[in-house]
Design a protein around this ligand. Structure first.
Ligand code: CA
Length: 221
């Protein structure tokens, strides 16, 4: 089980990661909206713990972006904002649960377990756009209901990102950041062109459009 912990308070994040580690979860810490967004696109998570007050914007708008992009991972908001209005706003924006700081460690763990139990029954890892289907668990795609084909991990991460954000133009630089968010060395910019070329070859050219000088877009119709 891998958890994305979005929390800018370094001390709290470290101690929470330790608690989660002891409970058997693997945790990635993200101190900003921007890095959380990049990690969510490139990595596979079972659950997200989300702080609302982040240095580069509100956790609420990140949450809305994720839900708009049909990312269905369970999300628990963990915040100091404790009014009932804040809770209503967070749950309506797409959170599955809401816990306020300071919190009891046992309660947090129990809530995470409850979320994972609920997820078991209705979680779907299938993205579908215009007869293009992507099975996130198996890293396979299928076009027009034909047979499933396996993607390499870079092809998969690029396609998943484009499918979670369809009908929007993404610059090469932005896509590169999504693909290599966790890596130390900067990757060569033309890698994106290479992988877009491969995806077009496998999915059909017309699905990914080039906007000259701007970037690439996966079209949903
Ligand atoms: Ca904060």
């Amino acid at each position: 089980m891998r958890i994305l912990l979005v929390e800018d308070d370094e001390l709290l994040a470290e101690s929470l990661a330790e608690l989660l580690d002891d409970a058997g979860y693997r945790t990635d810490i993200s101190p900003s909206s921007r890095s959380a967004s990049a990690l969510s696109a490139s990595e596979e998570y079972t659950l997200v713990i989300l702080d609302l007050g982040l240095p580069d914007g509100s956790g609420l708008s990140l949450l809305s972006d994720w839900r708009d992009a049909k990312w269905s991972v369970p999300i628990l908001i963990l915040t100091a904002r404790d009014s009932w209005m804040d809770k209503v706003e967070g749950l309506r924006a797409g959170a599955d649960d809401y816990l306020t700081k300071p919190y009891h460690e046992e309660e947090l763990l129990a809530r995470l377990e409850a979320l994972l139990r609920r997820r078991g029954s209705h979680f779907s890892s299938l993205l579908e756009i215009n007869n293009l289907r992507l099975d996130e668990a198996r890293q396979q795609f299928s076009v027009d209901h034909q047979e499933w084909q396996t993607l390499t991990s870079t092809e998969f991460r690029l396609l998943r990102y484009l499918m979670r954000h369809p009908d929007r133009v993404h610059s090469k630089r932005h896509l590169l950041e999504q693909l290599y968010a966790l890596e130390q060395d900067a990757a060569a910019p033309n890698l994106v062109e290479v992988y877009i070329g491969r995806l077009r070859h496998r999915l059909g050219r017309e699905r990914i459009v080039t906007r000259r000088g701007e970037g690439y877009m996966l079209v949903s119709v």
